[in-house]
Design a protein around this ligand. Sequence first.
Ligand code: ADP
Ligand code: GN1
Ligand code: MG
Length: 369
Amino acid sequence: MSSTPVPAHFPDILRQYPLAGRYVSAAPYGSGHINDTFVVHFDEGRPAPKRYIAQRINHNIFKNVPALMANVQRVTAHLVARTGPDSRALALALTQDGRAVIRDEFGGWWRLYHFVEGAHTVDRVTNEAEAREAAVAFGNFQAQLADLPGGRLEETIPNFHHTRSRFENFRRAVTEDSAGRAKEVQSEIAFAFSREADADVLLALLAKGEVSERVTHNDTKINNVMLDDATHRSVAVIDLDTVMPGLPLYDFGEMMRTSASSTAEDDPQADNMRLELPYFRVLVEGYLASAVGGVLNATERAHLGFAGKLMTYENGLRFLTDYLQGDTYYKIKHPRHNLDRCRTQFALVRSIEAQQDAIRRILEEVAGV
Ligand code: ADP
Ligand code: GN1
Ligand code: MG
């Protein structure tokens, strides 16, 4: 699926919200791989338009949208309360009758967020300060949710970071070969099988109680944190669809995968991809300096580098699985997009392995393990 245009019935959706001003326009927005995101402009008689983010939630991926939105409502309310009156945290707009999500006549699920103004996202980290900001933001985010009331959050995608189950899905995709593509990706398949044992490492530590489950974000890509246009400080963590029980190591690992890498996730030239150690160092510094730093135990701190390798491997497996299944999950812009993404991820796994000694030295220096 590629970027979706604004549907003709979009004004009908907006009419369900008590919005001031005159609807001016809407356009596809951002570079997320999952939902259909649109920026919406309203004229309220001021020089700058009032903006919203409308999203059609991908319900092929999120099977229980009402439960997902119950999570998002709980989390956004808690974050707004935690961050105080000047909060720029992600906030939902509700319909005339107080609903956070609506269903259109075609079965699509929609929600509306207030636009976080004066801030931006980046798809690639361009300097160390940005990487540090992301690490502090996601670390603080996790700490802010440590006392979320109301019981365990719903798992919006069961086994999301259960790497063993991701591996078994991949194995099944190879066996079924439903798109007839297995033959052309033999070397990627072989690489995936060669690292199978990694899939169980964190799950085994969890089973032994050596690392613990918390409320985590689970999709800590750099473009899921908004940075202030002027100060470049983080102002809001967004994309809350996968906020649910997880391991802090998954959040760190996803950051390392996207913020300490040398090129884009979909660079067609996979050999451009390697781990950038200086960024890895600032991510560790930032994560440990954030409010979550104090709660990570020595086992968790010692596995920060491994977590980056695991999340990179897991994403590589997921892209390869989607390629083998004929591109049914992620949005793609061309037929080899998922294969390109898989190749960069496996190149990054190799690079992390090749730099293991340096990673260990940084963890000794910065994390004391
Ligand atoms: P996906 O799940 O598809 O990644 P996101 O929720 O991350 O969707 O949204 C996609 C992009 O839209 C983000 O990377 C960000 O640039 C932009 N965006 C999302 N929500 C907001 C918001 N409330 N204010 C401003 N920009 C936003
Ligand atoms: C998806 O939604 P987005 O683009 O932030 C995916 C992540 C992957 C990522 C790979 C719900 O993230 O798990 O790591 O693509 N989100 C979901 O870029 O599957
Ligand atoms: Mg996103």
